[in-house]
Write a protein that binds this ligand. Structure first.
Ligand SMILES: [Zn+2]
Length: 98
């Protein structure tokens, strides 16, 4: 076991962490690439990456707030977390009672 073998093993470990963390943020492809080329530096990059799912949610909320159907108030569904127009009894997303 030379230093190179140890380096190789830790690099593979970094790659796996990058893929797992990347996939959990909806960015498995990015995780794979930075892990492959950058190793542990890639892990740091993946950790500070914006969560794609959060981004989509923020975007959805912005659209909901902007289109808000004549300024009607949106309430958050307690079941799925999506925004539903206040006054509606059931969530349009999951059908649960709001
Ligand atoms: Zn819901």
């Amino acid at each position: 076991m030379g230093a190179f073998a140890i380096y190789g093993i830790t690099h593979i470990l970094a790659l796996i962490i990058c893929i797992v963390v990347g996939a959990s943020k909806g960015r498995g492809g990015v995780g794979f690439l930075v892990g492959l080329f950058l190793g542990w530096i890639g892990v740091i990059i993946v950790l500070v990456l914006d969560n794609k799912y959060d981004e989509e949610r923020r975007h959805k909320e912005m659209v909901a707030a902007a289109t808000g159907q004549g300024g009607s108030v949106m309430v958050r569904c307690p079941h799925c977390g999506e925004l539903a127009p206040e006054g509606k009894r059931f969530c349009p997303d999951c059908g649960g009672e709001v």
